[in-house]
Design a binder for this molecule. Structure first.
Ligand SMILES: Cc1ncc(CO)c(N)n1
Length: 226
């Protein structure tokens, strides 16, 4: 009997290929990604990670297990303080100071929709539903980064090699192991409908990941009258 997380990943594989072949990742691989796309991404992603850490804080409060609480605590630190290294690689690539770039950051429709998909599950459902919506964050980046390394022999001085290797690393394996432990444990007590919701959350977030990259690549804006 397949684990629900195995089903999630199998169904999502086609989206990994689409993201890999889309403009943002191809631009990153060939080091010809525009400065505008990188700046747009960094502004939105800084806010995305702040909110991602807030959702982790919600899960920390929901959990009654010290080991889980410490996992979420560690992830809050990682997202707020360690992942910034990958962002700084992108800032160096465009020759700007990272903290200057993200000042007055704003997110645009695709990022807004993605974050609210996670918050909706955090407020309205349980830990498994929330983690199913959060899991594509590490999973998509690891899958895409590993696909780049498998398909390209990056030069030692490739300007974005750090970013690619950061996400391709084993750190993500450890994060997903903890996510999947919780999701599969909770799924054992769920109806078929409840398990389908977990899979749907995961697949929707994979699509949100694709839209997030395309949002930056196309300089997506709100059409609001401001
Ligand atoms: C939108 C988004 N998804 C995933 C990651 C990886 O943590 C990130 N930094 N930003």
């Amino acid at each position: 009997m397949k684990l629900i997380t195995e089903i999630m990943e199998e169904k999502a594989l086609p989206i990994v290929d689409k993201i890999y072949n889309d403009g943002f990742i191809q631009g990153l691989v060939h080091a010809n990604l525009s400065k505008e796309a990188v700046v747009h991404y960094l502004k939105a992603d800084a806010l995305y990670l702040d909110n991602f850490s807030d959702i982790y804080a919600m899960l920390l409060a929901k959990s009654n297990d010290k080991v889980e609480k410490n996992f979420f605590l560690g992830q809050i630190n990682f997202v707020l303080n360690e992942e910034i290294a990958a962002h700084k690689n992108l800032a160096d690539y465009v020759g700007e100071d990272y903290h200057e770039i993200i000042k007055g950051g704003e997110w645009y429709p695709s990022a807004d929709h993605y974050i609210k998909h996670m918050y909706y599950n955090a407020f309205a459902f349980g830990m498994a539903e929330t983690l199913s919506a959060m899991a594509p964050c590490p999973w998509i980046y690891q899958m895409v980064a590993r696909k780049i390394l498998a398909n390209h022999n990056l030069a030692e001085d490739h300007p974005l090699k750090f970013w690619i290797e950061f996400y391709a690393g084993v750190l993500v394996d450890e994060v997903l192991t903890e996510y999947y432990k919780i999701i599969n444990r909770e799924a054992e007590f769920m109806s078929e409908e409840g398990k389908a919701h977990l899979v749907k959350n995961f697949l929707e977030s994979c699509e949100h990941e694709r839209r997030f990259f395309n949002m930056a690549y196309t300089q997506e804006r709100w059409d609001l009258e401001v």
